[in-house]
Design a protein around this ligand. Sequence first.
Ligand SMILES: *[C@@H]1O[C@H](CO)[C@@H](O)[C@H](O)[C@H]1NC(C)=O
Ligand SMILES: *[C@@H]1O[C@H](CO)[C@@H](O)[C@H](O)[C@H]1NC(C)=O
Ligand SMILES: *[C@@H]1O[C@H](CO)[C@@H](O)[C@H](O)[C@H]1NC(C)=O
Length: 228
Amino acid sequence: MNQINWQLPRTFLILLIICSLLIEFADFSDTAMGSPTFLYFGYGSNLLAKRIHINNPTAIRRGPAKLRDYRLDFSGFTARWGGAAATIVPHKNKHVWGALWELNTTDMSNLDRQEGVESKVYEPFEVDVETPNGENFTARTYRFIRNPPPAAPQNTLDLGSIFSQIPEDRQPSPEYRRVIVIGAYESDLPDDYIKTLEMIPHNGFNGSSGYNVIPQEEFYRSGPPENV
Ligand SMILES: *[C@@H]1O[C@H](CO)[C@@H](O)[C@H](O)[C@H]1NC(C)=O
Ligand SMILES: *[C@@H]1O[C@H](CO)[C@@H](O)[C@H](O)[C@H]1NC(C)=O
Ligand SMILES: *[C@@H]1O[C@H](CO)[C@@H](O)[C@H](O)[C@H]1NC(C)=O
């Protein structure tokens, strides 16, 4: 038998240990292929943790984020909420604040189902959003298949006055609007943005979705939540 040279196996073993340590501590959450998680930008009822967790239990809040050159708008009718639902529409020099969530890829089909992707209500797409400390992330989000027309002339500067002119058939229910506003507080969105959200007129529908994510006595309130 030949004499074994231990120098080579030892070097190999050390390299193997280093590699396994690197794999152990590597964070793969940002890699594109086969990633166990993905980022999602929510700007409507999914600002509220209790609401997103109904369908997407793995969602973890990553903080507020801003989407440039889009405006928030409302359109369609959801029987569940009793009014129009939120969407985002390209709009130069406007922006939409939202919550950045990290979800397990296992929840992507749940999120798609919640947003009615198969029934062609919303469609998923990717956006680049910016966090308050200037970091950029690419995140999945959803928009209505058809863009609603702007409620105010395109050159209207003030987002609040655009919101306040949303026509009656495109107004959200009191509950849905309040879920968004309370979600905005919970998501730490800027105060002036929350104030503009409160300028959105509601349709006065006096029913409930049955989700029970906020108590009924909150539906018609404004300002910070009192009972959540
Ligand atoms: C979500 O993914 C993380 C990281 O892969 C994992 O540790 C966790 O168990 C998963 N949670 C669920 C509920 O699947
Ligand atoms: C993030 O994106 C914005 C807008 O595109 C850009 O101005 C900014 O430089 C980017 N920040 C970083 C850290 O890349
Ligand atoms: C709304 O419904 C509640 C019961 O769910 C009732 O007590 C209240 O009077 C109603 N308000 C209006 C304005 O219809």
